[in-house]
Design a protein around this ligand. Structure first.
Ligand code: ATP
Ligand code: MG
Length: 497
């Protein structure tokens, strides 16, 4: 994927590009207009120089030889004549152009002020220039670029046999233009560099509040907001939430959003707490009447006087169901208390011993399963609530017994791996019903409802297990398939004494 350009770089590149385009445009405009100006001035000098020559010619001209017909147009001064008059500067060239448009001869004023005749191949580019008296640019090998004019002495409409060619060098004008172009180029480069440096500083300062806002948002995004009491106290600082600036508007909007979320979280927390409280209170209140029902049912069943069979059966059912209901109520009460953040009775717990005891109990309860225990010789100690951790292991072992056919092998193991203690309960049973795999640790989730109702299962076992593990700062995971189900509990190991 193409990486998006950051706002910072977009702005800096934009500023630099703007400066570059502006200096280029100004440079182009000024060099072009300067050159036009210089060339125009040169042209004026050229015209003046030819005028001077023609004036001189007019005063000194050799009149056409007597007898020559009127058809003879006046002859122009020769190149040497034109260059010989005072006021012509070094580098000026002059020559005679014949009637055929070819240059007959040409001279140049050297730097020393003497005249030098040009060789034919030097003035070759001057051939065939129109005699219209309009200056043109011609490049002469060895001499450089020239503005050249060719004028015949007659009126414009009277063709002349020969014409005077004069040229002034463009070298000075070109050097001036080049100097200006170089100057603007250097100024442009320096300007772009300055724009980048100053722009970087400016943009960084201008965007700093945005960075601070992003930091606040990132800090909030790291908070666990999904459950329990959340103190959402982070806010964008007042100076970054000033609605009169664009960035301040973003900061203000983020603060408003955070206020809103904090209020929503507080009300969620309040209603969750209320619900937990209610369930805890209700469960607590139900315990006593349930115990009474169970007691009375047991009393009646064991009454010395013989009851009719149907009544004995009824009392037996009442007793069994009230036992089941008591268990359910105890589970609900425990979950509600864990939800309320009940304090655990923490202390060092030896998981090796705990697992050994729990597997012993499971062996007694499920004699037709094959139980295996794998524990290290040294104790694995965690800091936790022994009774609750026992419940975790007992729930997993009871699941491995209740939800697998008789004869299934179940292996319980514990080991320490660095700073975690890992308890694993593995059975070779049919695996967990796929329909409930995603919600396995949620409340009242159980597979094969019809069968489980008969076995008295409620679907709270794993919910309690994971709540206890989480209260200990640990985690529980499951991997299951036909022939193997593994529950893995990770608990932080107690720091070495
Ligand atoms: N080892 C296992 N093998 C196959 N399925 C299992 C195993 N452990 C759990 N399950 C499935 O997960 C469901 C949820 O288990 P959980 O312990 O939460 O409830 P329960 O055992 O049905 O009821 P409770 O534990 O409250 O008596 C079970 O109903 C069962 O379908
Ligand atoms: Mg269970």
């Amino acid at each position: 994927m193409r990486r998006a350009l950051s706002l910072r770089w977009t702005l800096i590149i934009g500023i630099a590009a703007l400066v570059a385009v502006l200096t280029t445009a100004i440079g182009l405009f000024s060099t072009v207009s300067l050159r036009d100006d210089l060339v125009a001035r040169l042209d004026a000098q050229l015209v003046e120089a030819t005028n001077r020559s023609f004036e001189r010619f007019d005063s000194e001209a050799v009149k056409p030889p007597p007898g020559a017909g009127d058809e003879h147009a006046p002859a122009p001064p020769s190149g040497a004549d034109a260059l010989g008059i005072p006021g012509q500067r070094a580098g000026t060239i002059a020559g005679t152009v014949g009637a055929d448009g070819e240059v007959a001869a040409a001279q140049v004023i050297t730097e020393e002020g003497t005249l030098r005749s040009l060789a034919a191949d030097e003035y070759a580019p001057l051939n065939d220039i129109s005699t219209d008296g309009v200056p043109r640019t011609v490049h002469l090998d060895g001499l450089g670029s020239y503005r050249v004019i060719v004028r015949s002495p007659g009126a414009d409409d009277v063709g002349s046999a020969s014409a005077l060619l004069m040229g002034l060098p463009l070298a000075d004008a070109d050097a001036t233009v080049l100097r200006l172009a170089l100057l603007i180029g250097v100024a442009g480069v320096v300007g772009v560099g300055l724009a980048i440096v100053v722009g970087t500083v400016f943009v960084r300062v201008a965007l700093r509040p945005l960075d601070r806002i992003a930091k606040t948002a990132a800090a909030v995004s790291r908070l666990p907001l999904d459950s329990g009491a959340v103190a959402l106290t982070m806010r964008v600082a007042g100076r970054d939430a000033d609605a009169s600036t664009e960035v301040g508007k973003v900061g203000g909007a983020l603060n408003a959003l955070l206020d809103h979320v904090a209020a929503a979280l507080a009300s969620r927390q309040a209603s969750e707490a209320k619900l937990s409280r209610f369930v805890a209170d209700a469960s607590h209140e139900l315990r006593t009447p349930l115990a009474s029902i169970r007691g009375y049912a047991e009393l009646s069943r064991r009454a010395p006087e013989k009851l009719p069979d149907s009544a004995a059966h009824t009392f037996g059912r009442i007793e069994a169901e009230s036992v089941r209901m008591s268990r359910l109520v105890e589970d609900l009460l425990l979950l509600a208390r864990l939800d309320e953040g009940e304090q655990l009775h923490r202390g060092p717990v030896d998981l090796t011993q705990l697992l050994t005891d729990a597997v012993g109990d499971a062996r007694a309860a499920g004699q037709q399963h094959r139980w295996r225990l794998r524990v290290p010789s040294e104790p694995v100690i965690v800091d936790g609530d022994a009774m609750r951790l026992h419940q975790v292991v007992a729930n997993l072992l009871s699941n491995a017994r209740v939800h697998t056919p008789v004869g299934t092998a179940v292996t319980a193991s514990v080991r320490a791996a660095g700073r975690v203690a890992i308890v694993e309960v593995r059975d070779l049973g049919p695996g967990i019903d796929e329909a409930i795999a995603a919600t396995l640790f949620e409340r009242f989730v159980r597979g094969d409802v019809a069968r489980n109702r008969k076995t008295g299962s409620t679907g709270l076992g794993l919910a309690i297990t994971s709540a206890i593990v989480e209260a200990h700062g640990g985690s529980i995971a499951v991997s299951s398939g036909p022939g193997s189900t593994i529950f893995t509990v990770r608990l932080p190991a107690a720091p070495a004494a």
